[in-house]
Design a protein around this ligand. Structure first.
Ligand code: ADP
Ligand code: MG
Length: 615
């Protein structure tokens, strides 16, 4: 409990005790009223204060107003005990809400734990502990065992294992050694590391994630907007109804105190607290629960849309496959194999594409940046660069056609990287990728989760595409697509949606940002590396397991189910009790019990959205 909640609890307990004493006191008339006024003020002063403040700012009709009018009215009728009890119960409900909101927020904030407190920077001969924001690119920091990695960087010295669980929700530690890239937010488990910083703090993975999480609650779901609008019309309507309930029958039948009492009861019952709090709380819980599993949802509207996912489109490389290729064959035309590989690796020197990274890793020679100039990357085709003065093109058949190199296909299966020098065909490197261990399960669980169609789009050759598609059991595969054509495919599939069905695109963020933003929902994975992915996507998977897509959909569906249950339950009970109140069958006690009871049940139901362990 927070100090504020503890204070509220103390007020409720003290108010309750004084209330009992007042009940027992043998007083009558005004002195009795004064006696009850003490616990009333103790329990309800903040409600009264907020009601007055809201009236001054013009936003009259909220639950504070309802409570203030109803309880002051009860006092006026001489129902002191009811007035105090109503206020006490109301505050119990408030306390409960505060606690529930706090718990959801904390589970989202558990992710906030990734915020590093300090960095040990090498300055002169010693280490200096500074705020991570004050560390510049190129500075060398030391991360000791047990410390959190404060900034993204490259390991210069040392070897260790990193606990990435705060970022990914996965407990498997990752080994790192000299030369590896490490990411802020992980915890260093075993050895000390010297790290050269590669990004300023504001651009680190941690900073981006924190930003994302902090803004998550500002993007509202339709259901939430509905509730806000609903409350805006509902409360004045209820106040009007209460006024009518008092005035009209009193004029017709007389007995105005009885009708006044019924009108007040009606007001207390009508407070839509359960609804107003439980719907956002459910979404909040869903987002919190998802983040525990390494799934970052940028807003509750995305959760709402994801729940209706009917078509899921995957990118291939880096999404369904590992994106770390092994060189399986080198078929040069005129130069030794190592030269061909070096040529390709040099041309790829500045590219971040998975193919490029793999070629560079396979090349055992030192790659001298000074030999490379004029690099252009042609998305979906390959790269071109001047290496030692010659124009080297490395990529697929399309790129070879572009430079007019007479290429030929290879009998080997795998992704073929053709190489041309000044338009002359130099041969090709065959590389092959493996599907991720959970890719097959990912496709199967999507079907189980009720997704109608799974599709894979790839820029790779039809042969590789078909092979992967069959292995994984995808419904449709489209190959040899340029990024623009991937977008066309997305448009076509958007046209195939039935009813309220939504289209989800899942990519690794490398040259598929347009597709990520065109789809109804863009999911980027492996966000630990790619900043672009975090920007373009609506949902970010911290690790790179495609099976988390189905998990995300299940979390979204369950959250929406809970939201719907709460709306129906709260409105249903409310309607019944309102009717009973108007007919004089429910008194103020019953009204408050109903309201607090419905709130508490709805809140407990909303809290279920937080639990995602077995989804
Ligand atoms: P995917 O759709 O499988 O993610 P991309 O659209 O990133 O693939 O790339 C499509 C194809 O373009 C690759 O299969 C490859 O043939 C070629 N290509 C793209 N970038 C490069 C690169 N940097 N080096 C070599 N080939 C590349
Ligand atoms: Mg790709």
């Amino acid at each position: 409990m927070t100090p504020k909640q503890r204070r509220l609890l103390a007020r409720i307990l003290a108010g309750g005790a004084l209330f009992l004493l007042a009940q027992l006191a043998p007083l009558a008339g005004l002195s009795r009223a004064a006696l009850f006024l003490v616990p009333y003020a103790l329990a309800g002063w903040d409600v009264l204060y907020r009601a007055v403040r809201n009236i001054r700012s013009g936003e009259i009709f909220d639950e504070n107003f309802l409570m203030a009018v109803a309880t002051i009215g009860a006092f006026a009728l001489g129902e002191y005990a009811e007035a105090v009890a109503v206020m006490l119960f109301y505050q119990v409900g408030e306390l409960f809400q505060g606690y529930a909101v706090g718990r959801s927020r904390r589970s989202i904030a558990a992710l906030m734990d990734i915020r590093p407190d300090y960095a040990n920077v090498e300055r002169g001969d010693g280490l200096e502990q500074v705020d991570p924001e004050q560390v510049g690119v190129g500075d060398v920091i030391v991360v000791k065992p047990g410390e959190r990695v404060p900034l993204d960087g490259t390991v210069l010295e040392g070897a260790s294992t990193l606990d990435t669980s705060a970022l990914t929700g996965e407990s498997l530690p990752r080994d790192v050694a000299c030369g590896d890239e490490i990411i802020s937010g992980c915890v260093n488990l075993s050895g000390a590391l010297r790290v050269r910083v590669t990004h300023p703090f504001g651009e680190t993975t941690v900073a981006r994630i924190l930003d994302l999480v902090e803004n998550a609650s500002s993007r509202k779901a339709r259901a939430e907007n509905f509730i806000t609008k609903f409350a805006r019309y509902y409360t004045p309507a209820v106040v009007g109804g209460a006024a009518a309930l008092f005035v009209l029958p009193s004029l017709a039948f007389g007995n105005w105190t009885e009708w006044f009492r019924r009108a007040l009861t009606f007001l207390v019952i009508s407070c839509p607290c359960a609804l107003v709090i439980s719907v956002p709380l459910s979404f909040f819980g869903g987002i919190g629960g998802a983040s525990k599993r390494g799934i970052l949802v940028k807003g509750s509207n995305y959760l709402e849309t994801l729940a209706e996912a009917g078509i899921v489109v995957f990118d291939k490389t880096g999404t369904l496959t590992r994106g770390s290729f092994d060189v399986t064959a080198i078929h040069p035309n005129e130069v030794p194999p190592e030269d061909l590989l070096e040529m390709a690796a040099l041309a790829e020197l500045l590219s971040d594409h998975p193919i490029s990274r793999s070629l560079k890793a396979a090349c055992r020679r030192d790659l001298d940046r000074g030999r490379v100039r004029d690099v252009t990357e042609i998305a979906g085709e390959g790269v071109q660069a001047r290496v030692d003065g010659r124009l080297i093109s490395a990529g697929n058949g399309k790129l070879m056609d572009r430079v007019g190199a007479p290429w030929h296909d290879c009998h080997r299966t795998g992704t073929i990287v053709h190489v041309a020098a000044d338009g002359r065909y130099m041969g090709h490197v065959v590389i092959s990728d493996t599907v991720k261990p959970d890719a097959q399960q990912a496709v199967r669980t999507l079907k189980e989760a009720g997704v109608r169609k799974t599709v894979m789009l790839t820029g790779d050759s039809a042969r590789v595409g078909e092979a992967v598609g069959t292995q994984l059991g995808l419904d449709e595969v489209r190959a040899q697509l340029l990024p623009a054509q991937k977008l066309e495919q997305i448009e076509r599939l958007l046209g195939e949606r039935k009813g309220r069905e939504k289209l989800v695109f899942v990519g690794d963020g490398i040259n598929d940002a347009p597709a990520l933003s065109r789809a109804d929902i863009g999911i980027a994975m492996g966000a630990m590396g790619s900043a672009a992915a975090i920007e373009a996507a609506d949902i970010v998977l911290m690790d790179d397991q495609p099976s988390k897509v189905a998990t995300a959909i299940r979390i979204a569906r369950r959250t929406l189910r809970i939201v719907r249950q709460n709306i129906v339950f709260a409105l249903g009970v409310k309607a019944v009790v309102l009717l009973l109140g108007a007919m004089g069958l429910a008194n103020m006690w019953a009204a408050v019990f109903a309201d607090v009871g419905v709130s508490v049940i709805a809140i407990l139901n909303a809290m279920r959205a937080l639990r995602t362990r077995n989804l």
